[in-house]
Design a protein. Structure first.
Length: 255
């Protein structure tokens, strides 16, 4: 991926290719099993509140019906090829520390100091038990869902642990399942995807980020690009849905 320039420099050129190309392939063509042992998919926060399709409270730009269909097709294709699908899910109580409504006089996307740490404030989103918190991808494809952000005192962008350091159990679930390589995509690039990738790398999972399967919040201009740079610098492979199959084959191919 890094020949002739970094993956970060190229993903914005190829991002329109991957999912569009996959949509042209009949789903029957995905039945060919090309499973690489030890490899799994991690869907990150594919929930209604993060999409424009569902008019979510924290909708990320570019998350319309076409995007959801693209992600669904990719996930279904990978499942048919034999890759187990795992998911993480924001699952907040109403009194969560990240909700601006729990801090009088504040506004969404404002950064405050609380409990000795900086906290970005968000509109209330993915409240436990709400329809908007539901995962939008066919749940029958998903082997296990790990919920995060349940402690009202701590945010939890990462699927592996919250900001207080409490583990979600995802690391154990993946390792018990024999997983050591992760294909990650979902919402949002510059927060939950990034932190899940970085923590996954810390837990020794080889990580592939499918860039056209992600969308960014971009609270500040340039956050998406910085997120990809940070993930790549930490050791993640930035790819696209069109390139992931060959990349995985090449990484697992015996000399």
């Amino acid at each position: 991926m890094n020949e002739g320039g970094s993956a970060v420099e190229s993903i914005f050129i190829v991002a329109l290719i991957g999912f569009s190309a996959l949509l042209l392939v009949p789903l029957a063509g995905c039945s060919k099993r090309e499973f690489q042992p030890g490899t799994a998919v991690l869907l990150v926060d594919m929930q209604g509140d993060f999409t424009t399709l569902k008019k979510g409270a924290l909708a990320v730009e570019g998350t319309d019906r076409d995007y959801l269909e693209m992600v669904s097709n990719v996930t279904r294709c990978l499942h048919r090829k034999g890759y187990p699908i795992f998911a993480c899910q924001d699952w907040h109580p109403p009194d969560h520390i990240s909700f601006f409504t729990n801090h009088p006089g504040t506004e969404p996307f404002e950064t405050i100091k609380t409990r000795g740490r900086e906290q970005i404030l968000w509109p209330p989103h993915c409240v436990q038990g709400s329809e908007a918190a539901e995962i939008l991808i066919d749940n029958t494809l998903i082997k296990a869902v790990v919920q995060k952000g349940m402690d009202p005192r701590f945010d939890s962008y990462s699927g592996f642990q919250d900001d207080g350091g409490k583990a979600t159990g995802l690391d154990s679930i993946l390792k018990v399942s024999g997983v050591d390589h992760l294909i990650l995509y979902g919402l949002a690039t510059d927060y939950c995807v990034k932190e899940s990738v970085l923590d996954g790398l810390r837990h020794k999972f080889k990580s592939y980020v499918v860039s056209d399967g992600c969308r960014a919040v971009e609270v500040n201009e340039g956050d998406e690009k910085k997120a990809y740079q940070e993930m790549e610098a930490a050791g993640a492979i930035i790819t696209t849905s069109a390139g992931i199959a060959e990349l995985l084959r090449s990484m697992n191919r015996k000399p």
